[in-house]
Design a protein around this ligand. Sequence first.
Ligand code: ZN
Length: 385
Amino acid sequence: MSGVTGHGVTSHGYLLDLIRSTGGMSRQQLIAETGMSRGTLYGRLDTLAGLGLVYEAESLGATGGRRPRRIRFDDRGRVVLGIDLGQTHARISITDLLGSEIRRADLPLRIEDGARSVLGSVLDHGEKLVAQGSGEQLVGIGVGVPAAVDLATGWILHPTTLEGWPAESAVDAVGARWDLPVVVENDARAAAVGESRTDEETLVHVKVATGIGCGIVVGADVLRGARGVAGDIGHVRAIVPGAGSEPLCRCGRTGCLAAYSSGRALLERLAPHGVDTLAGIVSGVDDPAVLAALLDAADVLGVTLATTVTTVNPHRLVLGGALGVLPPLVQRVRERIYDTVAERARPVVEGSNLGARATVRGLARLVARRVYAPDAVDETVVRAG
Ligand SMILES: [Zn+2]
């Protein structure tokens, strides 16, 4: 995660990072791990404890009469406000620093109403949710948006696909309410972080909802690419065996994956059958017309994803989003990938177990990473003087 490698760990920030990433150690273990002198280590721990960042937890068992105690990162009561903005609804959650939901609110919205209107009511709900906690300390806010984002600035890139959402709108709106770190991230990427199980895992997360999003996590880090659009597969040209004329995509081109396999494309196809919401597709999956449309979407998605799978070679490909988790879609995508990809490159292909919780879980982890990054902690120590 942060490149802590045994000796050479000296600053308060790196010491805390070591304690966080290992789940806690005794003073003796920390001396052995960092090579710090006893005096330096004890001084640093005192400072961190004074800032409420570490505490002495349980005994590690007796060794020759002494009972060394584990020094732990103090995440008790610390929470993140996570806001997952979709095209038609927001999930607003208070989570712990690992991303487990403590309480939440769901809010219908129309993302095309624009940043001012949408963020106003969403943040009102967020404030109410924060106020409901007692003994909690809000450490930061994460916002997931269905668009590409520059992670360093939190600006929404290419806001042409998100009309009425100026680049800096989400950062500014949150910043006007809280003087706390804010992470704005693409929703599918945040979900990929939420889905990731270990720091060693290579994972591709594909979200199939109104649109199609994708996040790639390699060794705990999200792959961003040169201009922040790595994994933005919704508008690659789909591979469609025996296709006739190519459908027009919302982006103005033809033949994009999203024009075949997104929820929006499915709803256009299913309009004559009276299906006009994603929920209608989910509940209508036993209807032959709905199932046929879903499987056609899955065929194109699976064959098109084979290139991504071969290029990235993930351990797991996780399908998320309201439509992505549907078992017939997951099974068909798996079949198409396995048909197309060499045996040695086949990942586990599965529907998300976290479902709609994945994005806020990832946002919480991203916020915690930013707040407790070694540099940020060192800065806090300096400011506390
Ligand atoms: Zn397109």
